[in-house]
Design a protein around this ligand. Sequence first.
Ligand code: ATP
Ligand code: MG
Length: 452
Amino acid sequence: MNLSSPKAIEATRIAQFLRQHGYSAYLVGGCVRDLLLDREPADYDVATSATPQEVIRIFPQTFAVGAQFGVVLVPVFRDTDAGERANYAIEVATFRSDGAYSDGRHPDEVQFSQDARMDVQRRDFTINGLLLDPDTREVLDYVGGREDLKQGIIRTIGQAHHRFAEDKLRMLRAVRFAARFGYSIEAQTFAAVRELAPQIHQVSHERVRDEILKMLTEGHARRAFELLDQTNLLQQVLPEIKKMQGVAQPPQYHPEGDVWVHTLMLLEGLPAGCSKTLALGALLHDVGKPPTFRVAPDRIRFDGHAEVGTKMAAEICRRFRLSNDDTGQVLSLVANHMRFGDVMRMKDSTLKRFFRLPRFDQHLELHRLDCQSSHRDLGLYEFAKEKFHTLPAEQIRPTPLITGDDLIAAGYKPGPIFKELLTAVEDAQLDGKISTKEEAMELVRERARELA
Ligand code: ATP
Ligand code: MG
């Protein structure tokens, strides 16, 4: 087991320090699981018999984030290679057992305990219930977690139905861990999720969103969504995606199958660490297809699906309380995804304006995934990519030939007409028809006469 990373060293040191003060202390949970799997843990947690007050007394610079749950953050300051002080925190939690859960998410009260064995019983899955002795590096397993890690099984600690009834978020965590590690979900655990899935709404939209975003960006999004579907959670958290199932597509463009299969293929193409907006764009780009499905005389059509889909995506982003920035980007990805079909016919001005969309690289990548997940012809993608990367920035966004001030100086009255005139001038410039201020003013006079 490799405990040589700076964070592992700090966490071990904190646990040892607690022991030197006479308390019991272990590394616990996800970090032990990851260390056994030879994966770098995202964060380290320490569990101890010391109460929050005692932890705060031992470590001077702590902050009690969840003191009522017995959680204290011990900050770590370290010098990086660059010489700056970076900091993070190790979570130190007092051994506890949780009381009754009446809101379907949080325990009404917690009871601190002296016993590590008791503490692991409240944790969610066996693979997340392992303890690591900081002195001997021995793993303590009171829940059968090592065997489940070996077999690749997600299994609740204790009776599945009871554990999911306590905290519904665990249902999404089960899917997320199964997808991330490529594990199966044990039969009773699986059956309990299927049964309790309609109660996932007791979890806040923000927490559901965070789980879904992790599933989408950890590199196993397809598996995650297949499991969401099989556990009945998909119908609850994203009914708009569930509706894609069985929605046929024209085979000449979509030999892969229905809208759901197509979407799963895009998800399969999302690499670990991909941006959440690209991931949501991929998930939602065809969300407007089910409601626009129509069998026309020539073929199946989805007229206006990008526009309808943009509205649906807006509702989903709102439901998920996504930031305005991220929502804007997701909606732009959905709204513009069909425009690649025209890139070869676009006027230069149209193409250049297309390229000006914020984070155009994500539009390109979504289009590549879209093609790869259907007809596999990357002609339009290669064309757009080549143009986008070879056109100098000065040509995509050239310095304007004239501004509103020039129009005022020439005697025009400010108003809506200004935007029209300046756009016409910019179009002509982007199309390479004009390149001087004189030509621009000549064009203004022509257009003003037409508009008058
Ligand atoms: P990740 O790699 O995503 O951080 P993790 O297992 O470390 O996974 P955390 O959310 O960091 O998950 O939680 C740390 C530990 O706390 C878990 O391993 C588990 O033991 C316990 N835990 C977290 N959330 C729950 C929950 N909802 N119910 C029960 N135990 C939980
Ligand atoms: Mg963690």
